[in-house]
Design a protein around this ligand. Structure first.
Ligand SMILES: [Zn+2]
Length: 377
């Protein structure tokens, strides 16, 4: 991660670069903000700039051995600590080192992830994650050995507010008397939850969300989003990348659901066996959760048809092609068959939950739908 990979924050980057070049790097710094502000990304870029052996005026070189190792997050003088929780694989006594592979994977994917995404990555969606006492022992151990390759040893602590209270005294001790040439870069979303004793020993860099124009550029250049959509997303989220991507992907999924649903309903109505089989083949390949959410989408569309039929069109909260489709399709969903159609979809969800064979399920359902729609026509 180079400074140029961090969205926006031109002035803050400039200040950090100055500190390095004037050899005024504070030994404990706190990057305050959610990952969407770029707090973690910036801490990483800062670490990379410090470790680079051939620093430019604006950024790390990206080519020296130190940069190459930083790129893969395997620099021996960069130590990561972050919140973890027991999962299926590690049932107790968890600490950062057990999850290092997942951490690298997450960071390499993007440092603009949400806490929920991190819990997902750990495989512990519903648990609280902490930085544990064992992590603090590991920090002390890491500081006990000489730095390997660079003048600075960097300890990056992500979400320091998740420090388990019993572990705090150990960390405080090293913050109070840090061994020479050791830098602590801490990242936190919530200043109020950090122990005052830790806060008072750090230099705080508070980050707002990046400016919208910078986010638009990132969405267009790195994620291939159309400029107009990118502007809309940046405005909607105030500059938050993960939130923008979430909305964008949801829209894409909804569009895919719509196109698939329309194709299915048309071929069922026509009773076109070849088209039905083709559709079933492709739908049966998607994951179970995806299939279930597709059924939910279908249920929503049937509800819209009924609203339309009963003259409550103003309650239809969709637009564009979906709306056109509802107008054309709703005559085929009426009081004669609606209950049975809805019931067949609910049954579908239930069968999927019981691991029914998706191919058989969708094929059967296609012929049921054909019969039901024809019966009403
Ligand atoms: Zn370099």
């Amino acid at each position: 991660m180079k400074f140029s990979d961090v969205i926006g924050h031109k002035q803050i980057k400039q200040r950090l670069i100055q500190h390095v070049n004037q050899k005024r790097i504070g030994h404990a710094q706190l990057f305050l903000g959610t990952n969407d502000t770029g707090a973690l990304a910036l801490a990483l870029a800062f670490a990379g700039y410090i470790q680079c052996r051939d620093r430019g005026e604006q950024d790390a070189c990206g080519k020296c051995p130190a940069c190459l190792k930083m790129d893969k997050l395997i620099h021996p003088d960069l130590h990561f600590f972050f919140p973890t929780a027991p999962n299926q694989e590690h049932k107790k006594d968890v600490s950062s080192k057990l999850f290092m592979a997942r951490w690298r994977e997450q960071l390499l994917d993007s440092p603009y992830f949400t806490h929920f995404q991190w819990l997902n990555k750990l495989g512990v969606e519903n648990k609280q994650a902490f930085i544990n006492a064992e992590d603090c022992n590991d920090i002390i151990r890491a500081l006990g050995v000489k730095s390997y390759e660079s003048p600075y040893r960097i300890v990056l602590i992500y979400m320091v507010e998740k420090l388990f209270y019993a572990a705090a005294p150990k960390l405080l001790k090293v913050l109070e008397e840090p061994p020479g040439n050791t830098l602590f870069l801490m990242v936190s979303e919530n200043r109020d939850r950090i122990l005052n004793t830790i806060l008072s020993r750090t230099q705080v860099i508070k980050l707002p969300l990046p400016d919208e124009a910078s986010l638009v550029r990132t969405l267009v250049e790195r994620y291939g989003v159309e400029a107009k959509t990118a502007q809309h997303l940046a405005f909607l989220t105030g500059g938050a990348l993960s939130e923008s991507l979430r909305i964008y992907q949801q829209d894409e999924e909804q569009l895919a659901d719509f196109e698939s649903f329309r194709e299915w309903m048309r071929s069922c109505y026509k009773g076109d066996a070849a088209r039905i089989i083709k559709w079933v083949e492709s739908t049966a390949q998607s994951g179970r959760e995806k299939q279930k959410s597709f059924f939910q989408y279908g249920l929503k569309m049937f509800r819209m048809c009924l609203l339309n039929n009963y003259g409550a069109g103003e309650l239809i909260r969709i637009e564009g092609e979906e709306e056109d489709f509802i107008h054309k399709f709703s005559p085929f969903v009426n009081h004669g068959n609606a209950l049975q159609i809805v019931d067949s979809f609910n049954q579908g969800i239930l069968h999927l939950e019981r691991n029914a064979n998706a191919k058989i399920l969708f094929t059967d359902l296609s012929f049921t739908l054909h019969r039901l729609m024809r019966q009403s026509a």
